[in-house]
Design a protein. Structure first.
Length: 109
C-alpha cells in the first residue's frame, strides 16, 4: 500500500478530486497555504494499492497544469531608502508536488 500526498493549487483541486473519484480512488482534501505566493493550496491524501499508484499519479499530473500569472513584487529602486515600487513579474503557478510513502498498515473502520 502507498500513500500519496499531493499539493495542488486550489484552482485545480476540484478537477483532480472529480477525476480521482471517477476512477474509484478515495481522497481526503485538506486546505493548506504556502509556497512562494503564499496562495491557497489543497493537499490531497490518497491511499492506493501499489499496482494503481501510477494511474493515480497520472490523474493528478493531468489535472494540475501549471500556468503563468502576473503578480506584484515590491522592489526598492537603486539607493532610494524607504521608497518601494510595485513591479509586476510573471511567475509559473499550478502543477502539483507529489510525495509517495510506503504504508505499513491501513484500516478503515
Amino acid at each position: 500500500m502507498k500513500l500519496i500526498l499531493a499539493v495542488v493549487q486550489d484552482e485545480d483541486s476540484h478537477k483532480v478530486m472529480n477525476e480521482l473519484r471517477s476512477n474509484n480512488f478515495g481522497a481526503t482534501k485538506l486546505s493548506s497555504t504556502g509556497g512562494f505566493l503564499r496562495a491557497g493550496n489543497t493537499t490531497l491524501i490518497v491511499g492506493v494499492e501499489e499496482d494503481k499508484l501510477e494511474k493515480a499519479i497520472e490523474i493528478i499530473k493531468k489535472q494540475s497544469k501549471s500556468r503563468k500569472q502576473i503578480v506584484s513584487s515590491t522592489i526598492t529602486p537603486g539607493d532610494a531608502l524607504g521608497i518601494f515600487v510595485n513591479y509586476p513579474i510573471e511567475v509559473v503557478v499550478g502543477g502539483a508536488t507529489i510525495f509517495v510513502m510506503d504504508i505499513e498498515r491501513f484500516e478503515k473502520v
